[in-house]
Design a protein around this ligand. Structure first.
Ligand code: ADP
Ligand code: MG
Ligand code: MG
Length: 212
């Protein structure tokens, strides 16, 4: 049975930081089309802050929640844009039911994602179809909840990530009801929401690490 330990989450955070550097320009370009052109820059600043702290070995405890919560607080405090508080709350809340644990099962992992995604929704008040990162995250979460007990956990997450990717595609024809792109009205049609792209790619890091 798949067990995910604190090292898994630590490495995932480091890989997310690396992914963010690789996609900084892409995410920023998406945001130039329908926002203010800083989404990749924002996440790069945030995850550089997280990496710095990880290198300082600031978290010596064996507590998964500690690591994730502190990382979320860094994202929240370092990132100026909307995505900082949103991703910040995701990481601040994903560990709230695993306080003191140093490993979790796949079912617990899915419950963690649920807590994180609910925190994004609580903070941003967006719904499915508003052309935000939730168009990526909510359909994937629904799938995970239905299949979290299935035999092959990695396949379940793989399918969920594929659904999230489609969720990002689904933002292209939409008018935005939340975030900066709202101001564009119909001119947002034909453009992918930047946060919908970064969010499936970041969740995909967990999948890549699980495969190892
Ligand atoms: P800003 O818009 O402040 O410049 P970013 O460019 O970093 O911040 O992030 C923009 C992304 O944040 C959007 O593409 C969208 O996915 C997400 N977003 C914005 N507002 C909300 C919201 N209320 N709920 C969920 N996601 C949101
Ligand atoms: Mg922006
Ligand atoms: Mg901005």
């Amino acid at each position: 049975k798949l067990l995910l330990n604190k090292e898994f989450f630590k490495i995932s955070l480091e890989k997310m930081a690396a992914l963010t550097e690789e996609n900084r320009d892409y995410w920023t370009e998406l945001d130039s089309d329908i926002g203010d052109g800083d989404h990749g820059i924002n996440l790069s600043i945030g995850f550089r802050g997280v990496t710095e702290k990880l290198q300082e070995n600031y978290d010596n405890s064996n507590d998964i929640n500690d690591l994730l919560k502190k990382s979320g607080m860094i994202l929240l405090s370092k990132v100026g844009g909307a995505s900082g508080p949103l991703y910040g709350s995701f990481f601040m809340k994903i560990g709230k039911d695993v306080v003191g644990k140093n490993e979790v099962t796949f079912v617990e992992f899915v419950d963690m994602l649920k807590n994180g995604i609910e925190a994004i929704q609580m903070r941003g008040k967006a719904e499915l179809g508003d052309k935000t990162m939730l168009d990526t995250l909510l359909p994937g979460l629904d799938y995970l909840e239905l299949h979290k007990e299935d035999e092959d956990s990695i396949k379940v997450l793989e399918d969920a990530v594929a659904i999230m990717k489609q969720g990002s595609d689904s933002t292209i024809p939409l008018v935005a009801k939340k975030g900066r792109a709202m101001r564009l009205g119909e001119r947002a049609i034909g453009h992918r929401d930047p946060g919908s792209a970064s969010s499936w790619m970041l969740i995909n890091v967990f999948l890549e690490e699980m495969k190892k």
